[in-house]
Design a protein around this ligand. Structure first.
Ligand SMILES: NC(=O)c1ccc[n+]([C@@H]2O[C@H](COP(=O)([O-])OP(=O)(O)OC[C@H]3O[C@@H](n4cnc5c(N)ncnc54)[C@H](OP(=O)(O)O)[C@@H]3O)[C@@H](O)[C@H]2O)c1
Length: 260
């Protein structure tokens, strides 16, 4: 029996978000969680050490929540039963090889909104048993929606949910600027934009069988106002711009992963 159920190597933004979700959902209590971080920062009642070797031998599950470049530069002596990595761009095989934990690594890709419990997480299919996968799922369900996909899809996942929050921020920023250009105060333009985007996303979720094209055309009455804006999007092929941007993102993810 290991001293801690779950350990984190790297106690930064994501580790804090995940621990917050775990404690809120009651999967574990503080005494079952430990963290390792160089400065051994204040840890909100959670054990923290700078000695990652001591610690990695005392945890049933270990989450790698350090930056990929840090992982590549350090040695970790790990005897956990299962390692969960949230590091972008490092595949499970190379993590398993480096730690001597082949076949015991689950790769996971959360995204930034996990920091407020609203993210989208993808867990890579793996050969670990149901117990380990159920635990991993429960951890990430405490901060996000979760789906499971083959690991070879992770470059595509990166260009959708990994990097996607930035696209949404970009569109929101442009809408706010559009509100200001057309006569609103910035604060009210921001409020209207965010409430509109949140409401529109909820509408999409509430109507899973309605094609998005129909949701768009439902707002666009003939000779009305919305169609004028949508025509501008169509004329500049905005869908193609978005697809091209995402393809560039996916290619960069492949380059980083393969080192080419
Ligand atoms: N942020 C996101 O939304 C997000 C989304 C998906 C995936 N990820 C992945 O999650 C990982 C963590 O991201 P983050 O945003 O949480 O980064 P972060 O806030 O920088 O956290 C990383 C932590 O690791 C610590 N650290 C550095 N060297 C260490 C070592 N040798 N041993 C133990 N801890 C060490 C850092 O300490 P110092 O600050 O003192 O160096 C820092 O506290 C990254 O691999 C990233 O790719 C993040």
């Amino acid at each position: 029996m290991k001293k801690y159920k779950l350990g984190f190597i790297g106690y930064g933004n994501m580790a804090k978000a995940i621990i917050g979700g775990i404690l809120k959902s009651g999967i574990l209590d503080r005494s079952q969680i430990a963290t390792a971080d160089p400065l051994c920062k204040e840890a909100d009642g959670i054990f923290c050490t700078s000695d990652s070797d001591y610690f990695a031998g005392n945890c049933e599950y270990l989450i790698l929540s350090i930056k990929p470049q840090v992982f590549k530069s350090i040695e970790i002596k790990c005897t956990a039963d299962c390692v969960i990595s949230i590091m972008a761009g490092v595949d499970s095989a190379s993590i398993g090889e480096k730690l001597g934990m082949q076949g015991k690594v689950i790769r996971v890709m959360p995204n930034t909104p996990a920091q407020i419990g609203k993210g989208a997480t993808v867990i890579a299919e793996n050969t670990l048993d149901k117990k380990h996968n159920d635990f991993c799922c429960a951890v990430f369900e405490s901060v996000s929606e979760v789906c499971v996909l083959p690991e070879e899809k992770f470059d595509a996942v990166t260009c959708v949910s990994g990097s996607g929050p930035a696209y949404a921020y970009y569109f929101a920023k442009a809408m706010i600027e559009g509100g200001v250009v057309n006569g609103l105060d910035k604060e009210i333009a921001k409020k209207l934009t965010l409430d509109t985007i949140i409401g529109a996303c909820e509408m999409i979720k509430a109507n899973p069988d309605v094609p998005l094209g129909l949701l768009i055309s439902n707002v666009c009455s003939k000779g009305g106002t919305t169609i004028e804006a949508v025509n501008v999007f169509e004329n500049c092929q905005m869908d193609k711009i978005v697809i091209d941007a995402m393809t560039a993102c996916r290619k960069r993810s492949e380059e980083l992963r393969t080192g080419k």
